[in-house]
Design a protein around this ligand. Structure first.
Ligand code: COA
Length: 255
């Protein structure tokens, strides 16, 4: 993997780190391609939880590399460039985003592609594209209005001004705010808790939430019942009930 994205595995937990701290981890095309590789590894190996963060103390990610946007020959090329926000949404495993500083533009869009977000007290989350003369295109309005509410999303999109971590937490954009030195330990704690659960069930929970957000409610509820039935048919579900009866911790095998 290129030097712009680090990928580490510890047990069943993978950590993806955007690594361009001198540019506030702004996403270059090279970095967007490296993200694709990291996502492919998450989906092909026995990874049960993914932590997604940024290197350095100032930023998770300041969005697309603005200078590189001038390099596209046509608008169509720009339109069809590597879609790093969609890459995050393609991770099939549960993803915890640890926002360690600025999460702006595409950085915020990537964070919102994760399942769980926690933030450092120093984090600033924003949709600043309007200050540059355009708007986000990586799922900004859709995801922001769902997690922060319509009025708060409009405030962020139309002023371009960032909000601090506590405000983001109050609005439901992040789940928890931690002291900077507690951010990664807390992310690991959550990741390990998820990794100790039945992995197929955890991925079904992710599909279930996705359906809840995107399908008509009645259909999503029928689908939920089917997802439950499929999860119930796994060896891991047998193991869960057996372990309960035998009063021991289950040993889940992704089967
Ligand atoms: N694209 C390219 N480079 C970026 C960047 C981006 N999105 N965000 C920050 N950088 C670079 C800066 O150009 C600077 O590089 P340099 O030292 O070579 O000049 C470096 O990262 C540090 O940023 P700097 O602007 O000096 O830090 P600051 O503390 O003064 O300001 C921000 C921090 C986040 C307010 C400011 O960098 C900013 O507004 N960035 C753009 C955010 C944005 O609009 N994102 C959406 C893009 S679609």
């Amino acid at each position: 993997m290129s030097g712009t994205v680090d990928f580490e595995i510890d047990g069943f937990v993978a950590t993806i780190t955007l690594n361009r701290p001198d540019k506030l981890n702004a996403v270059s095309r090279e970095m967007a391609r490296a993200m694709e590789q990291a996502v492919a590894r998450c989906n092909s190996e026995d990874i049960r939880a993914v932590i997604f963060t940024g290197a350095g103390e100032r930023a998770f990610c300041a969005g697309s590399d603005i200078r590189q946007l001038d390099e596209f020959q046509t608008l169509w090329e720009l339109r069809n460039r590597e879609d790093y926000c969609a890459s995050v949404r393609r991770i099939r495993r549960p993803v915890i985003c640890a926002i360690n500083g600025y999460a702006l533009g595409g950085g915020l869009e990537m964070a919102m592609g994760a399942d769980i977000r926690i933030a450092s007290e120093t984090a600033r989350l924003g949709a600043p594209e309007i200050k540059l003369g355009w708007i986000g295109g990586g799922g900004m309005a859709v995801q922001l209005s769902r997690s922060a509410g319509f009025s708060n999303a409009a405030l962020m999109l139309m002023t371009g001004d960032p909000v601090d971590a506590q405000t983001a937490c109050r609005w439901g954009l992040v789940s928890e705010v931690c002291a900077p030195d507690r951010l990664m330990p807390r992310a690991r704690e959550i990741a390990r808790a998820i990794a100790a659960r039945a992995p197929i069930a955890a991925e079904h929970a992710k599909l279930n939430l996705d359906a809840a957000a995107n399908m008509p409610a009645e259909l999503a509820m029928r689908y939920e019942l089917d997802l439950q039935t499929v999860a119930f048919a796994t060896d891991d579900a047998d193991e869960g009930r057996r372990a309960f009866a035998e009063k021991r911790h289950p040993n889940f095998k992704r089967r």
